[in-house]
Design a protein around this ligand. Structure first.
Ligand SMILES: Cc1ncc(COP(=O)(O)O)c(C=O)c1O
Length: 374
């Protein structure tokens, strides 16, 4: 037993992937987004299971993440979503990666690497249709697309865009239309070998129609969390992959009127039995959960009291059975007996988004993998 651990249910990940695939129109390719250590789930075990479960392509943020997947095996297509630093360009050739291009300068740099390595390098072009981050601004996209296609040593194998606010249907549709128009004008739609992708977990429902995209990029949903922006692919019952637990390290009684933890932000209103969890914000319990979130002990909810500290978090156990003692397992995210706390609930208490919680799980939280297929 550990002090604090995240349980990662790889079988649930596999079931989610199959469920999402089944709900997508025929022939849509699945780009598995596994950046930020596969959203905190551990890039290697996660990618290994996704390889067995049948993804078409991996997407990561940077060359370092890409090389972790490449070490697991040659052949898997890996798209680097983020821009490369100039000293990283060589990795495109040595690690056999697909770069995302936003500028002419990048085309020049990658062409030089292709020439030096004697290879033809695959690239995908990102079009900024309103995200205002990566990608060539849409008005300049036709010119850059033509340039990219003219480079002998580069193979333009796809195009992508990214939605700024999928819950805003009007703006998302505008982004979608711009993207399609540009690619249609270049004769790049409807070619099975040319990957066209825009949708992530939050906007997937739009794929149910006759969208000309032939791929999707899925992160959060495959990990069993429906994004807050709406119900993706209505009624899709994905299962949580991630749960987060710790253990009770100390139980003590304090009289009414005493304040607990830093800042004296919680005063006991009755003689209380309080429990110390052996985890804090140094593990992944957001500071902002203090005096707000709840945890599960023997399947029942108990409140976090006072400020969360680096290594400990306090809970009110006054209403818990008397034999709840040090060593008892406490669940912050996940199911315990009859009780369940889902990741979006904790994120809401923490005033953040589920992606942020997952990416904040620190190194000292042990990952325990559940691998068995049921
Ligand atoms: C460019 C890009 N595509 C796809 C995704 C996956 O998004 P989601 O986790 O909502 O599926 C992300 C996530 O941050 C992203 O940055």
């Amino acid at each position: 037993m550990n002090r604090c651990w995240a349980e990662i249910d790889l079988a649930a990940l596999e079931r989610n992937l199959r469920l999402i695939r089944k709900a997508l129109p025929e022939g849509i390719r699945y780009v598995a987004v596994v950046k930020a250590d596969a959203y905190g789930h551990g890039i290697r075990p996660t990618a290994a299971r996704l390889m067995q479960s049948g993804v078409d392509l991996f997407a990561v943020a940077n060359v370092q993440e890409a090389s972790e997947i490449r070490e697991m095996g040659s052949g898997w297509p890996i798209l680097v979503l983020g821009p490369l630093l100039p000293e990283e360009d060589e990795a495109l050739a040595t690690h056999d990666l697909i770069a995302t291009v936003s500028s002419r300068e990048e085309l020049d740099r990658f062409e030089a690497v292709a020439r030096e390595s004697g290879k033809t390098l695959p690239i995908q072009l990102k079009i900024d249709t309103g995200m205002g981050r990566l990608g060539v601004w849409w008005e300049e996209a036709p010119e850059l697309l033509k340039d990219a296609r003219s480079r002998k040593r580069l193979h333009l194998q796809g195009a992508l865009t990214h939605f700024a606010n999928p819950s805003d249907e009007v703006f998302t549709q505008r982004q979608r239309d711009l993207f399609h128009q540009i690619l249609r004008a270049e004769g790049l739609l409807g070619k099975p070998e040319f990957l066209v992708h825009a949708d992530n977990s939050s906007s997937l429902q739009a794929m149910a129609g006759n969208d000309p995209c032939n791929a999707v990029r899925i992160g959060l949903l495959q990990f069993g969390v429906s994004p807050p922006a709406g119900t993706p692919l209505a009624n899709l019952k994905v299962e949580p992959v991630f749960s987060f637990h710790t253990r009770l390290a100390l139980v003590k009684c304090l009289p009414a009127g005493v304040t607990v933890s830093y800042g004296r932000l919680h005063r006991l209103t009755r003689d209380s039995r309080i429990g110390l969890l052996s985890a804090g914000y140094g593990d992944a319990i957001p500071l902002t959960c203090g005096n707000r979130a709840e945890v599960l002990v023997r399947g029942k909810r108990h409140p976090i009291i006072g400020r969360v500290t680096m290594d400990q978090t306090l809970i009110d156990l006054t209403d818990a059975p008397e034999d709840v003692n040090p060593g008892e397992t406490v669940t912050l995210i996940g199911r315990q007996g009859e009780g369940i706390i889902e990741l979006p609930e904790l994120a809401k208490h923490a005033e953040t988004i589920p992606w942020d919680i997952l990416c904040s799980v620190t190194k000292r939280v042990q990952r325990v993998y559940k691998t068995a297929r049921e």
